[in-house]
Design a protein around this ligand. Structure first.
Ligand SMILES: C[S@@+](CC[C@H](N)C(=O)[O-])C[C@H]1O[C@@H](n2cnc3c(N)ncnc32)[C@H](O)[C@@H]1O
Length: 202
């Protein structure tokens, strides 16, 4: 059914199709189409000014953030690999939203620990899965005001059900712990590879 939608929907444009093709050809993971579609539907409703993305990859999520937010929104995408950043920059050069995006070469956790995060009000976590808990906690400690933290791959492609693996156990307990927090509202969505939306309000 997804292919049926993709063929006719104006929401899968030629840049998205191109990134998907490159991802499939090179076997590089990108956000899943359902995730992209969901983000596209919700981004225009959110009052976003600055986005911090952890994990640039081929730039599929970066492109969605750039395309579906207001022209004045700025996006900073952090990745540990300079080669990845160069490739991502190259792919997104053809996008009319290219000027909204900047890249930063760093380990994601180091970037979070050493930077002022107060200007960002949308955080997208898609870097090293083992560190999701630390990414989340550092963001929560340093963010300011109201916003949303989005986490991709909470299902680890089904691996989260494996109770013997430490990475799976950590992801499972992180997701469950987010429901208990009093400083925001968490939606754990069965979209793509498991999408988390944590809306904080202070
Ligand atoms: C799943 S890909 C990101 C996909 C991208 N969001 C997209 O939709 O096209 C994960 C990315 O995280 C980067 N990464 C892995 N470990 C990292 C770390 N410790 N710090 C920063 N980036 C990291 C990888 O280089 C890779 O580009």
């Amino acid at each position: 059914m997804l292919n049926y939608i993709k063929e006719f929907s104006p929401f899968f444009d030629h840049i998205q199709k191109m990134i998907t093709e490159v991802g499939n050809r090179m076997n590089v993971p990108i956000i899943m189409d359902e995730t992209a579609l969901y983000l596209q539907s919700i981004l225009p409703l959110l009052d976003i000014t600055n986005i911090l993305e952890l994990g640039s990859g081929l730039g599929y999520s970066t492109y969605i953030f750039a395309k579906y937010t207001k022209p004045e929104v700025k996006i900073l995408s952090v990745d540990i690999s300079t080669e990845t950043i160069d490739r991502c920059r190259d792919i997104l050069k053809i996008s009319p939203h290219y000027k909204k995006i900047d890249w930063y070469h760093s380990d994601a956790l180091k970037y979070l620990q050493n930077s002022d995060l107060s200007e960002f009000n949308l955080f997208f976590i898609d870097a090293q899965k083992e560190y999701y808990g630390e990414y989340f906690n550092t963001i929560i400690d340093k963010k300011s005001g109201k916003g949303v933290i989005i986490l991709d791959n909470l299902f680890l492609r089904g691996g989260v059900l494996n109770k013997t693996n430490s990475k799976s156990k950590a992801m499972d307990s992180l997701s469950k712990s987010l429901f208990l927090r009093k400083d925001g509202v968490f939606y754990w969505l069965p979209i793509g590879d498991g999408l988390g939306m944590f809306y904080y309000d202070k």
